[in-house]
Design a protein. Structure first.
Length: 265
């Protein structure tokens, strides 16, 4: 290696160590708490600070979890510029539910390939101390409710029950009215049974004379209907749903003369 190359190598190493020394001197990290003794569940204010040159980019402290401690609230990272330095600050509210003496661990701030650690912070977590000199609070006796209060409660329950009963009766009555079938009133003819039958036969005769090609089956069916209506009005028996044979069998039981029955059949 020549003398010139040795000088160049030496200058490079000096520059590297000089820059690293400047960074180590200008980078500052700090962790602080507002108290180091708490009762279980009491909050602690934890503040993380870091100062560094403007040209430096850092990876912030890892604050995902802390052993024996729980995060209550995480504040935002505040930035402040002072001369050639920038300062970052973040405030946390933490607590612990594990009694004992613990330590908030050192947290690393990563800049390039270097890590800058905060100091660990001891914290004592304890239950509230028992003071035997204080008055002992025994279980309180049952407090009786005054009769006046009970009276109002009973009146309120009775009123609600009455309103519920009236509502049920109202809705049930409306439902019954809706489901009631309409009353169908039978139309009473002013003619006698004989006159009504003669009138019906006359109408059938007129229709047959107008339409000579009337269906014979329909013709005899209408004649049977006239007979059923006549028998129904004379005897009061249900005949409209019966067949011709059933109608004849029913008429046979009546006191109708034999010759009239044969002619009717």
């Amino acid at each position: 290696m020549t003398k010139l190359s040795r000088h160049i190598t030496g200058c490079f190493l000096l520059t590297f160590f000089f820059i690293g020394s400047i960074h180590s001197q200008t980078v500052m990290v700090k962790a602080s708490i507002d108290r180091n003794k708490i009762m279980i569940g009491e909050p602690i204010e934890l503040v993380l600070e870091a100062s560094m040159p403007l040209s430096v980019t850092a990876k912030w402290f890892p604050t995902d979890s802390l052993a024996h401690f729980e995060f209550i609230q995480k504040g935002k990272i505040d930035t402040a510029l002072v001369g050639d330095l920038k300062t970052y600050t973040q405030t946390f509210s933490i607590t612990s539910f594990d009694s004992g003496r613990w330590a908030l661990p050192s947290l690393p701030l990563e800049i390039g390939n270097r890590f800058y650690l905060t100091d660990s912070l001891p914290v004592s977590v304890a239950y509230s101390n028992f003071d035997p000199k204080q008055d002992y609070h025994d279980i309180k006796d049952i407090i009786e409710v005054s009769a006046e209060d009970l009276r109002y409660i009973n009146w309120a329950i009775a009123a609600l029950g009455l309103l519920s009963l009236l509502a049920i009766i109202y809705f049930m009555s409306r439902k019954v009215k809706k489901t009631e079938a309409p009353v169908v009133r039978a139309v009473v003819s002013k003619l006698t049974a004989y006159e009504e039958a003669v009138q019906a036969l006359e109408e059938i005769r007129k229709e047959k004379s107008v339409a000579a090609a009337i269906d014979s089956k329909l013709y005899h069916s209408r004649l049977n209907d006239v007979l059923r209506q006549f028998v129904f009005r004379k005897t009061g028996h249900a005949t409209m749903e019966k067949t011709s044979n059933e109608l004849m069998f029913q008429l046979k039981k009546t006191a109708l003369p034999q010759d009239e029955f044969i002619r009717l059949a």
